[in-house]
Write a protein that binds this ligand. Sequence first.
Ligand code: COA
Length: 419
Amino acid sequence: MSSNKALSGIRILDMTHVQAGPTSSQLMGFLGADVIKLESPVGDATRGQLRDIPDADSLYFTMLNCNKRSITVNLKNDKGKEIFTKLVKTCDVLMENFGPGVLERLGFDWENVKKINPRIVMASIKGFGSEGPYAAFKAYENVAQAMGGSMSTSGLFDGPPVVTGAQIGDSGTGVHLMAGILAALLQRERTGRGQYVECAMMDCVMNLTRVKWRDHQRLTRGPLPEYGCQEFEDFTPRAGNDSGGGQLGNAVQCKPGGSNDYLYIVVQEHVWKALANRIGGEDLINDPRFEKIENRRANQSEMWDLLTDFASNHTKRELMEILNEIDVPCGPVMSTTDLANDDHVKLREMYLELDHPERGKWYNLGCPIKLSDSPVEVTRSPLLGEHTDEILSDVLGYETNEIDNLKEAGAFSRPPRRK
Ligand SMILES: CC(C)(COP(=O)(O)OP(=O)(O)OC[C@H]1O[C@@H](n2cnc3c(N)ncnc32)[C@H](O)[C@@H]1OP(=O)(O)O)[C@@H](O)C(=O)NCCC(=O)NCCS
């Protein structure tokens, strides 16, 4: 592990599982923290979920757990608890995203953890936080999207609510958690004290739909002219692909008409003349239906029809080039295959080939946070318990015979489930 990364010297005890927590600790690992993933001897459930290669850790696991070491400890065993307590003493951050009540049952909630190490920053993700009417409920991605206002505002206005492809409930919450941890570490520089950082998935989804709350309040003053739908109730409606901002925008179908042959075009006020000239010449520039943004808003379906006619003669890439020449903000709808083969994506190291002892060559996405003094080296995810002995001896100073005794006492055995 390099000693000159942004988070070098920060050791994280990572008890996170599934997606929301692991994406957060993986980001911390990308930035140079020593992330020790502590798993039950059964392993993070995602190791075995949606396997594409028999007996190999799934891509679900490998893609969310790079730049970590793995130790397995049975926290329902007294000796296992002893190891955990020692690790808490040596770590700067403890991360977890268990269901409600799990840590309390294990005896390691914040009240107890801070007694073990008052300097530690403890960071939790819960579906709905530790208090309130929903606090006792478990949550997964789409539950958070449903309850945080994302689903009710996504999809076509006359269709059912839709979840987004971006995992804003899980990975989005993970990014929020990382911001909270970094802030708490900075505050600790001044106070010498750790603190508890909590992110609820529902809160984070609400935060990511913040702009929909602008529209929720604007509705009290009348209809929202930029929305394609004509009738409004007292809540922010679904907007399909309408632009969410002050400019008109939409996805326009291009040649040859496949499922991702669309270009998203933003008709910025000050590019309209050049755009109108390119698709319809002087007549369109002078057409009063489209002269100012308020005219185009009122007649937007005719405007999109004109753009769609023009687009039908070009592929999304050709149309992007034509519009970029006249400075119109636009972007082709990229499929995963488009992105995997994209030179820009490769150059920015956002799709990386890695090696793995069980699965051979595979790909992970890179780190989207680029630091000039802390270049990211992505290293493969660890096998279950791959570093157990290494961590017990190097971090905790156990001798081989002590490790054998701990083994005998069940510190690394499979724990019973509560129910
Ligand atoms: C994701 C979630 C729904 C999964 O639920 P689940 O599979 O029932 O798992 P839980 O977190 O509730 O419980 C984990 C169990 O493993 C046990 N466990 C975990 N690590 C252990 C270890 N090292 N040793 C022994 N036991 C361990 C816990 O003690 C607990 O057992 P218990 O129920 O007998 O007390 C739940 O963890 C959750 O709501 N998390 C918070 C929200 C979240 O992050 N959701 C996003 C998921 S991507």
